[in-house]
Design a protein around this ligand. Structure first.
Ligand code: GLY
Length: 335
């Protein structure tokens, strides 16, 4: 069905992507948000990493993330935003950390995403700045975008208002970790802190490492900026940047990439990741007529944005629902 009046609540990368796709399919869309692009998308590193961001038991997430990764080139072209290629380099600092890399590679091999293990020299050949790691593996298919650039491009294409009293045909709730009733309890906030540094010697691709058991990632941008992330902490209080969080990130990042010692610390930020009980987002019918959800994307909002947009638009076209992310799965569990 086209020509519907749709209101999207939430102008993060998910809400904006949904709005842009619905507009393309002929719907009249308004996005409602008093602080557009200021939530989780503001702090997101922008890794398009379906393989390196999943763990055991997350086969659905890998499947959906891989499908969404395939939609990103067209979206990035349409929005005229850069997609940094070159893959994700997974590295382990010491022998114990290298076992983590090996476990991840073994897991991915079981899901048809093979990657070769690299020794110290193989890693240094790809990223000479990684002078001290024990080894790693390259996942060539992964890439990254700058979520702030993506949101800015989307904001140039879709109308966003602070309030909208008009009653639409359909409302799409895309407010991340803060859902209105009766869906509030489906999502909880998991705080993530990130740093932005400017380096004259940044990595050329996303580097994800374990350093003495501590996970850290470095995501380079074109202007020499490097996003370092991220802490992960369940809490009920508003997200703040903590001294301990910054210390942990900086300590891990400079052990991994010693050149960061000379980098300018440009920004620190903290936001809540919207986490659901099963780690999968809520995309589709809410159980209430005329209300769809597109929320709860946890660590994967940027990656899953184009797939979410397609799933919402497909649902309006044909009624189709992807069972793995059907928001009603929790309702069924309670019955
Ligand atoms: N997707 C990266 C993070 O949540 O930290």
């Amino acid at each position: 069905m086209s020509g519907l009046r749709v209101r999207v609540l939430g102008a993060g990368i998910v809400g904006l992507s949904v709005a842009e796709e619905l507009q393309r399919r002929g719907h009249a869309v308004t996005v409602v948000d008093r602080s557009p692009a200021a939530g989780a998308s503001y702090a997101a590193a922008g890794m398009l990493s379906p393989a390196t961001e999943v763990w055991h038991g997350e086969a659905d997430l890998l499947r959906l993330g891989t499908a969404s990764l395939a939609l990103w080139p067209a979206l990035a072209d349409r929005l005229r935003v850069e997609r940094r290629q070159g893959g994700t380099l997974l590295v382990g600092y010491d022998a114990g950390d290298l076992q983590q890399v090996e476990r991840q590679v073994a897991l991915l091999a079981r899901h048809a995403t093979p990657a070769d293990l690299l020794d110290r020299r193989g890693v240094a050949a790809l990223e000479p700045g990684l002078t001290r790691v024990a080894g790693g593996a390259l996942i060539e298919t992964e890439s990254s975008v700058d979520p702030r650039a993506v949101c800015a491009a989307l904001l140039r294409r879709v109308p966003v208002v602070p309030d909208d009293p008009a009653s639409p045909d359909v409302t799409v709730v895309a407010t991340g970790s803060r859902l209105p009733e009766p869906w509030t309890g489906l999502v909880r906030g998991v705080r993530g802190e990130i740093l932005r540094l400017r380096s004259s010697d940044p990595p050329t691709r996303t580097v994800r490492g374990w350093i003495g058991g501590e996970p850290v990632y470095l995501v380079p941008r074109d202007d020499g900026e490097v996003v370092v992330g991220a802490t992960s902490e369940e809490h009920a209080a508003p997200p703040i940047v903590t001294a301990g969080g910054v210390l942990r990130l900086l300590t891990a990042a400079r052990r991994l990439w010693p050149a960061l010692d000379r980098a300018e610390l440009v920004e620190t930020a903290a936001r809540d990741r919207p986490a659901t009980l099963d780690g999968l987002p809520l995309i589709g019918p809410s159980g209430r007529d005329g209300v769809l959800l597109a929320a709860g994307h946890y660590r994967h909002g940027v990656l899953l944005a184009p797939l979410t947009a397609a799933l919402v638009a497909d649902h309006l076209d044909s009624g189709a629902v992807e069972p793995a992310v059907d928001p009603r799965r929790f309702e069924r569990g309670r019955r």
